[in-house]
Design a protein around this ligand. Structure first.
Ligand code: NAI
Ligand code: MG
Length: 493
């Protein structure tokens, strides 16, 4: 098992090989790829570059584990105990995992602890507890029939996850998949493979049998695509870009009609009505909603739709609030905003800013790269005024710390603007009027609508999109539906 020094005094040992059938192994090809820390652009590890051959091995291991029932046929209480132990182990290693995540993909270590690790532990816990508390059903048939409706696992689930919340999003997929008895092949993003490998190691320590959870690190077009078209994969649970979501649907159609669940991007609006609560509260939530995690959040509040009467005052307050979020070293516990995940993404975000300027948007604050001397990929919190609905920055996901501001004059216009993109992941409405809040919540097409808050969440509520933000739901007991199918057993008495 390869171990590398991450370049800091308290660096954890990093796992860098594939995890297949209960153990670490190099890629069949022997190839590796560099893992770059966006903090300073340095290579921190060489990661096994899995491809189609490794996906075959992982799927075969997952299939064998599923077929012989070593996991799904265990007593539910025992499966609960294993998943509970995993959640306890993640909790016990939270500092190490948070540090690894921060180093690997650039988020502030304090956020990794307060959000990613907390939510990962809660998610593992919640689905562990569900294992022996969810019952099946008996249908209301005639007196000479007993018809049962039972949930059965799908088989082999491929979880393909992105780099913005690597461990947390992996947990959102694999906790309900494992709780319902499936085997999993997890493919972390090439930008952020480290915590997935550590999670697999902790799962083995918790008592998860070999083959039930496999991790194949590697690139999307090779390892990811191989999972998408694999005839032995029964379902793909994906979070990432719409482009790849579409490819996965094509692959499912061209192969075995595997089930696909897609959690894609968004262009989520923060709608501030004329009677919104006090400006400072709204401004803090608007700034946090777009600058948290460097704006690399699928549900980021990237559009501020504000009633013209409140605009100037709110913009001033948002700029003040953004000053509390200056980019800094992700590993410094005082840092509130880190580095973008990689150079290619930095270039993508800077490209969006250049286009926005060309199209006539006005930079109120920020607008460029900072801390270049560190070698890392940092962008300032940026607020763009004079944005019109046709501009690219008003329609396309930037996935960076860039807020587009669009004023409106009445509520119908606000709803039309809110619904005026192909996306529908999340939205927020700020108003003191209870009826207006409910009416707006009904009118806005989004999987989550927040009223007088933003990004509040819990593992007990589902998360997912309308429209081109995808379909399927993570979290809550509804997520169990994504990883199970219903069997009717009809018994003539
Ligand atoms: P991506 O969709 O390419 O990557 C997400 C995952 O899909 C990674 O594990 C990647 O290896 C895998 N993947 C890539 N190509 C694949 C293929 N052909 N078949 C199967 N799996 C494949 O996203 P990327 O390129 O990292 O970011 C591009 C944009 O996507 C971002 O700027 C952002 O707008 C959006 N995005 C949205 C996320 C969300 O949370 N909904 C997360 C990450 C990116
Ligand atoms: Mg990509």
């Amino acid at each position: 098992m390869a171990e590398h020094d991450a370049g800091t005094d308290t660096a954890p040992a990093l796992r860098t090989d594939l995890f297949v059938d209960g153990g670490f192994r190099p890629a069949a090809s022997g190839r590796t790829f560099p893992c770059v820390s966006p903090r300073d652009g340095r290579v921190i590890a060489e990661i096994a570059e899995g491809d189609a051959a490794d996906v075959d091995a992982a799927v075969a291991a997952a299939r064998a584990a599923f077929e012989d029932g070593r996991w799904r046929h265990r007593h539910p209480r025992e499966r609960r105990a294993v998943l509970r132990r995993l959640s306890e182990l993640v909790e016990a290693h939270r500092e190490e995992l948070a540090r690894t995540e921060s180093l690997d993909m650039g988020k502030p270590v304090s956020d990794a602890l307060a959000v990613d690790l907390r939510v990962t532990v809660q998610t593992l816990d919640f689905f562990a507890e569900a294992v022996d508390k969810v019952y099946d059903q008996v249908a209301p048939t005639d007196a000479r029939t007993l018809a049962t409706i039972t949930r059965e696992p799908l088989g082999v689930v491929a979880a393909i996850v992105p780099w913005n919340f690597p461990l947390m999003l992996a947990a959102w997929k694999l906790a309900p998949a494992l709780a319902t008895g499936n085997s999993v092949v997890l493919k972390p993003a090439e930008q952020s493979p480290l915590t997935a490998l550590r999670l697999a190691e902790l799962a083995a320590e918790a008592g998860l049998p070999p083959g039930v959870l496999n991790v194949v690190t590697g690139f999307g077009p090779t390892a990811g695509a191989a999972l998408g078209r694999h005839p032995g994969v029964d379902a793909v649970a994906f979070t990432g870009s719409g482009e790849v979501g579409r490819l996965l649907l094509h692959s499912a159609a061209d192969s075995n009609l595997k089930r696909v669940a897609l959690e894609l991007g968004g262009k989520s609006p923060q709608i501030v009505l004329a009677d919104a609560p006090d400006t400072e509260t709204v401004a803090r939530a608007v700034a946090g909603g777009i600058f948290f995690n460097q704006g690399e959040v699928c549900s980021a509040g990237s559009r501020l739709l504000v009633h013209r009467s409140r605009k100037d005052e709110l913009l001033d307050a948002v700029v003040r609030a953004s000053e509390a979020m200056r980019p800094g070293d992700p590993l410094d516990p005082a840092t509130t905003m880190g580095a973008l995940v990689e150079r290619a993404h930095l270039d993508r975000v800077l490209g969006h800013l250049a286009t926005a300027r060309e199209e006539g948007a006005a930079v109120v604050t920020g607008g460029g790269r900072v801390l270049e001397e560190t070698g890392g990929f940092y962008v300032e919190p940026t607020v763009l005024d004079a944005v019109t609905p046709d501009m690219r920055v008003a329609r396309e996901e930037v996935f960076g710390p860039v807020l587009a501001v669009l004023p409106f004059d009445d509520e119908d216009e606000a709803v039309a603007l809110a619904n005026g993109t192909p996306y529908g992941l999340a939205a927020a409405v700020w108003t003191r009027d209870l009826s207006k809040a409910h009416l707006m919540a009904r009118a806005v097409r989004a999987g989550t609508v927040w009223i007088n808050c933003f990004d509040d969440s819990d593992v007990t509520v589902p998360f997912g999109g309308y429209g081109q933000s995808g379909f399927g739901r993570d979290k809550s007991l509804h997520a169990l539906d994504e990883y199970t199918q219903l069997k009717t057993t009809w018994i003539r008495l």
